[in-house]
Design a protein around this ligand. Structure first.
Ligand SMILES: [Zn+2]
Ligand SMILES: [Zn+2]
Ligand SMILES: [Zn+2]
Length: 140
């Protein structure tokens, strides 16, 4: 299976041990064009894993530049695959996210970069989110 090979390569190139849950999660992401929440993933996993194992796998992906967080409609968090140039502790995902008003899915707009804004030194910036709302291709 093609996605399995890509998933294995991805783990290897990021120095992560291959475990069944990691391979399963990556393959799920490769088949989707939108971001997924922990709940979505739980429903889609073929074998059942406890939530702690799932969170641990997601954290390791985030720490190693494989997944990044993307916002959802209600202030919650979803995960999406990173672009190839992300690496551990050096994410390059400062792109816009598009949220569909119809299906509520979040899509990465990798090509639209968040503008580099200067803010007052009174504020310490941790993250910037750049979200657009509208109707996705599927729902139009
Ligand atoms: Zn990233
Ligand atoms: Zn939609
Ligand atoms: Zn994204």
């Amino acid at each position: 299976m093609e996605t399995l090979k890509i998933a294995e390569d991805l783990l290897q190139s990021h120095g992560l041990r291959r475990t069944q849950i990691r391979l399963e999660i990556l393959q799920i992401f490769m088949k989707q064009d939108h971001a997924l929440s922990v709940n979505d993933l739980e429903k889609m996993l073929k074998t059942s894993h406890d939530r702690v194992t799932l969170y641990r796998a997601l954290n390791s992906f985030e720490e190693n530049g494989i997944l990044h967080q993307a916002p959802d409609q209600g202030g919650g968090m979803r995960y999406a695959l990173c672009a190839d140039d992300c690496s551990g502790h050096d994410h390059k995902d400062e792109h816009a996210h598009f949220i569909c008003d119809e299906c509520n899915q979040t899509f990465c707009l990798q090509e639209i970069k968040v503008p580099d804004v200067k803010i007052s030194e009174d504020y310490q910036l941790n993250s910037v989110s750049y979200t657009m709302n509208g109707v996705c291709k599927e729902c139009q």
